[in-house]
Design a protein around this ligand. Structure first.
Ligand SMILES: O=C(O)c1ccc(O)c(O)c1
Ligand SMILES: [Mg+2]
Length: 635
């Protein structure tokens, strides 16, 4: 199949859109009619620009309100079609894309509609052109692809085929089996879009909430299975109407688009167990077994303070890097790398963002395979400086220019801590922290879907529906992504992506103050939160104060013993429970740079304490300095 994208998916002027689309590696494009009409040059000029960029124009769509018009209007409709044929020929495109009639004037009657397409096909044929017919989910009479197919079948012209648009088919939950019965030469083209499952009218859902394959919840895999059964190998074109994409970066949305199609074809080939024409060969997605280490970029000046914090948290310095100004700190299964080099990646990162997480190392079954998969998915590889005898740990660029390292236990990479670090012999009793429970990353609202796709295409993941969390400064959208939680090979990965449209939420303020997106919060696991928090407090760590009202309410609504609640209250521990078990969590106060830490005790519980998030955010807002500075210009 040939990847393509509609200009409506990305922001900018037509010229900017086309450049972004070509830069993302596409060779085919659908021009949305509005983009052409708003363009100040001729269609021939658009053809020339596309030609220079190596883009074939699949179609210029849509052609609206064509079929079933009453006799008095019918001639006019064909005149319009001829004008559109002229336009397509000027553009060097050969497909007239008709979407089903939404006009209140439109008449029904399958014979009448088919006759209109027979005539349109004859007219197209005379010019060497083709016609495709798409059923809009909100069409006046035709809103089901099976009816569109019946009309195309009865029109019985070699020039006339059906357009299948995954959104219109899947949003209406139509039975997919008819797709497999359509002869491949009768499929004029295919449009792909995903979407979150929402309760709203089809038109609003389609015009604002579509998203790229893999970012939503529609059964794209079922749709693709049915499509592959037809033998179709033509254009697969993204058509995404999405408010965030219209406000986002054209280049990054176009690149995400290409990535999403590469992912979709790979995923489909895997589920049906046979190769698909046009699919890029790549290793299968694997689970993330654990967060192997978290790397902080810390300046020489801030380093002593950061080291004191690590000791307070119960960490010991267990290794010194053999050639670099880098230390390894450890507590049980948590490894923290402190990088204070005065050049290289971490240094640049520190200069931009201050003390912060510059890399996450993820343990996977096969680091080489993960790297190859990342490359196939157009992720950006990163190569750092490597000293003699040191390991060259494969990495790709992640959120906000930070890095994701791939480590495995099967290769020499598994011995990174011994190869690259000299043991200090130090050890610490710790405070009972056992591993990394989860990591949250804050980002611009517009880039949340980018990073959702990044993680979910690269690894074998499970994503939860996006949730709205209330912050005193506005609403924060929160997206959970999980991998490798079967417990067989480590803690797995739990990630939370946060973004908000308000500038006043904690998450948005982090992005502003931090000069970009990054890790805002790390949650460490303990088996005994009471003991751990007592030790932390004894070490002098300030925990986030939780109001008394919370504990009064907890007493009223839970079965917990008052003595248990009293202990939680004394230590500012929050509580939640689900069908699987209970959850206790406590937060540190926000550290310099906006990072904060969480301690969690998970006893069979699967979530993240969502009911407590509002309480926590209010507590954090009370402690935060008032926001007076406007957002810096990051141009
Ligand atoms: O929203 C619309 O009008 C519209 C137009 C063209 C399409 O291909 C489509 O799927 C929707
Ligand atoms: Mg469409």
């Amino acid at each position: 199949m040939i990847p393509s994208i509609a200009t409506v998916c990305v922001s900018g002027t037509l010229q900017e859109k086309l450049e972004a689309i070509a830069a993302a590696g596409f060779t085919a494009v659908e021009i949305f009619e509005i983009d052409l009409i708003a363009f100040p040059g001729s269609p021939a000029e658009v053809k020339r620009i596309c030609g220079d960029l190596g883009l074939a124009i699949v179609t210029c769509q849509p052609f609206r309100d064509f079929e079933g018009m009453p006799d008095g209007r019918r001639q006019r409709v064909f005149d319009r079609a001829e004008r559109k044929f002229d336009l397509l020929q000027e553009l060097g495109s050969d497909l007239l894309f008709v979407c089903s009639n939404t006009s209140p004037e439109a008449l029904s009657g399958i014979g009448r509609l088919a006759a209109d397409f027979t005539e349109l096909g004859e007219r197209a044929g005379r010019r060497g052109l083709k016609v495709g017919y798409e059923a809009l989910a909100w069409g006046r009479h035709v809103f089901d692809y099976r009816d569109a197919w019946e009309i195309v079948r009865r029109a019985n012209r070699p020039e006339v085929g059906i357009v299948l648009d995954s959104f219109h088919v899947l949003s209406r939950r139509l039975d997919l089996s008819t797709i497999g019965t359509i002869p491949r030469e009768k499929i004029a083209m295919v449009q792909m879009a995903d979407a979150p499952l929402l309760q709203m009218d089809y038109l609003s859902w389609s015009r604002h909430w579509r998203c790229l394959p893999g970012q939503g919840e529609l059964d794209l895999s079922g749709f693709m299975r049915a499509l592959v059964a037809t033998g179709y190998d033509g254009v697969l074109s993204l058509e995404i109407f999405n408010d965030r994409f219209r406000a986002g970066s054209a280049r990054s949305v176009a690149l995400d688009g290409h990535r999403s199609l590469i992912w979709l074809l790979d995923e489909t080939a895997r589920t049906i167990g046979q190769p698909i024409p046009g699919a890029v060969p790549m290793p299968a997605p694997g689970p993330v077994e654990a967060v192997e280490f978290i790397e902080f970029a810390v300046s020489e000046v801030e380093r002593p303070g950061f080291e004191r914090l690590l000791r307070t948290l119960g960490f010991a310095r267990t290794g010194r890097h053999r050639s670099k100004d880098v230390d390894l700190w450890q507590q049980h299964d948590i490894r923290i790398v402190l990088n204070s080099e005065d050049d290289g990646f971490a240094h640049s990162y520190q200069i931009t963002h201050g003390t912060s997480v510059c890399a996450l190392a993820l343990r996977v079954p096969d680091a080489q395979a993960a790297t190859a998969r990342a490359e196939a998915l157009l992720d950006v590889p990163h190569a750092g400086a490597v000293g003699p005898g040191e390991l060259d740990i494969p990495a790709v660029r992640g959120l906000g220019g930070s890095l994701i390292y791939f480590i495995d236990r099967a290769s020499a990479l598994g011995r990174w801590s011994e190869v690259d670090f000299e043991a200090t012999g130090e050890s610490a009793a710790g405070v009972g922290l056992t591993g990394v429970d989860h990591v949250s990353q804050s980002m611009q609202y517009e880039e949340m879907l980018t990073w959702l796709l990044f993680y979910s295409s690269l690894f074998d993941t499970r994503k939860a529906p996006s949730q709205a969390v209330l912050d005193p400064g506005g609403v924060v959208q929160s997206q959970v992504i999980e991998s490798g939680l079967d417990g067989q090979t480590g803690h797995g990965l739990r990630l939370i992506l946060n973004g908000s449209q308000s500038h006043r939420t904690l998450s948005a303020r982090f992005v502003t103050d931090f000069f970009g997106s990054g890790v805002q919060h790390i949650a460490f696991a303990t088996n005994d939160i009471v003991d751990t928090v007592q030790k932390l407090v004894a070490n002098g760590l300030a925990m986030l104060p939780i109001p008394e009202n919370y504990y009064d309410d907890l007493e009223a609504r839970s079965e917990l013993a008052p003595a248990d609640i009293a202990v939680m209250k004394a230590l500012n521990i929050l509580y939640d429970a689900d069908a699987g078990g209970s959850f206790r969590q406590a937060y540190t106060q926000t550290l310099d740079g906006g990072l904060f830490l969480e301690i969690v005790q998970r006893d069979g519980y699967a979530g993240y304490g969502a009911p407590n998030a509002g309480i926590r955010l209010a507590a954090q807002a009370r402690l935060a300095r008032p926001m007076t500075v406007p957002a810096p210009n990051r141009g």
